[in-house]
Design a protein around this ligand. Structure first.
Ligand SMILES: [Ca+2]
Length: 382
């Protein structure tokens, strides 16, 4: 697989230069041209234009040479720091039911714009997994990320899982994707886990594929972290009080129970309690509409097709962006209220806290939801 960071030289420079300056921050968007070099260039142009003495021209030339030498040494350090950042990125396997609710499309866009994360494999889950793989391929192709391999997951009979982005997908086939495509996505995902030292699985759909990986490769799962949009602890949709049997659990209850019994290094979830009312609206949504960057443009095109099939969808705002919170949890959690709960999943798809339950880091609420909405927008527009 091609190196993800090498695809984004501007990001690489931005991150590396921030590291070099000693004020590294992933949110830091500054690109700084050394000021001394600018000054010398200006001096050289001035003395050239005004025809000043040969001595002054010589002094300016020496200053320029010294600065280019410094810049060259700095470039070496930038390259070295870029390598370090490449190694620090988390390797992500995304298991997604992209193509029914639109939030998976937003989540994929967010994942691709998070410099802390390296999307290593996209596996499609639930219902018509071939349609979902074609859709993932076309989105990745459209926004210039065909370095990410895509695998067709296990198809299931899931009558509620409509193919709502078919009109945008058109006749795009797996063979049109310039990157790697795997008809047996479970086999290929297992091989990817085998050769990936430390992987994080982000699951944002029903857990059929992830359960299959747990059954086939318990040894590999034991070295992975799982982050999932899953379940409901005390709230349902749009902050409604009361626990519900949530869609991703209900889509494959035995699968979810098996995944919770697997030997993960850690399990972290965003239940509806924290992700059930994440909406970009007002000025934030206007800024999203105004952006001409490839990721927002692609999401907008898909959202436009999707919302024609959802009459309840209000205008001038996003739908609920549940799955984006799982992506956020892969690199940070400080904006959320996190608790470790011992959770079991019962046969009706409800999460229950029990003494025998699996320890799960659970995002129960927000410390600062407005800050998350700002971060989400900035990442999508980056
Ligand atoms: Ca989903």
């Amino acid at each position: 697989m091609m190196n993800y960071i090498a695809q984004r030289p501007v990001d690489n420079f931005r991150i590396s230069y921030s590291v070099y300056l000693g004020h590294f921050s992933f949110a830091d968007n500054r690109i700084i041209v050394p000021r001394c070099l600018q000054t010398c260039l200006r001096l050289w142009l001035t003395v050239s234009r005004k025809g000043l003495t040969l001595a002054l021209k010589a002094i300016a030339l020496v200053c320029l040479a010294v600065n280019f030498s410094l810049l060259s040494r700095l470039s070496g350090k930038l390259h070295k720091n870029g390598d370090i950042m490449t190694q620090l990125r988390k390797n992500i396997l995304l298991d997604t039911d992209i193509g029914t609710d639109i939030d998976d499309t937003w989540a994929l866009g967010l994942l691709l714009n998070c410099p802390e994360l390296r999307p290593g494999f996209v596996l499609t889950a639930t219902g018509d997994t071939l349609y979902r793989a074609r859709l993932a391929c076309r989105i990745l192709d459209e926004i210039g990320h065909s370095e990410v391999p895509v695998g067709v997951g296990i198809p299931t009979d899931f009558s509620h899982a409509a193919c709502k982005q078919e009109a945008w997908l058109g006749n795009y086939q797996l063979g049109d994707y310039p990157g790697e495509v795997h008809q047996d996505g479970i086999q290929a995902a297992g091989e990817w886990l085998q050769r990936t030292e430390a992987a994080t699985v982000i699951s944002i759909g029903p857990l059929t594929n992830v359960a299959a990986l747990c059954a086939r490769h318990p040894d590999l799962i034991a070295r992975c972290h799982l982050i999932s949009m899953l379940g409901s602890i005390a709230k349902g949709h749009r902050d409604a009080e009361g626990v519900i049997s949530e869609y991703n659990v209900r889509g494959d209850i035995p699968g979810a129970q098996a995944v919770f019994k697997a030997p993960w290094k850690s399990v972290t979830i965003t239940p509806l309690d924290s992700c059930g009312n994440i909406v970009l609206a007002g000025e934030r949504y206007q800024r999203f509409l105004a952006s001409n960057r490839p990721i927002p443009r692609c999401i907008r095109e898909n959202y436009s097709v999707w919302r024609k099939q959802d009459a309840a969808s209000p205008p001038l705002q996003s739908s609920v962006l549940f799955d984006t919170v799982a992506i956020y949890l892969a690199f940070a959690e400080e904006l959320l209220v996190m608790r470790e709960l011992n959770i079991e999943i019962d046969d009706a798809g409800f999460m229950r806290e029990t003494a025998a339950g699996r320890p799960v880091r659970t995002a129960l609420d927000w410390k600062d939801k407005e800050a998350y909405l700002d971060l989400l927008l900035e990442r999508l527009l980056a």
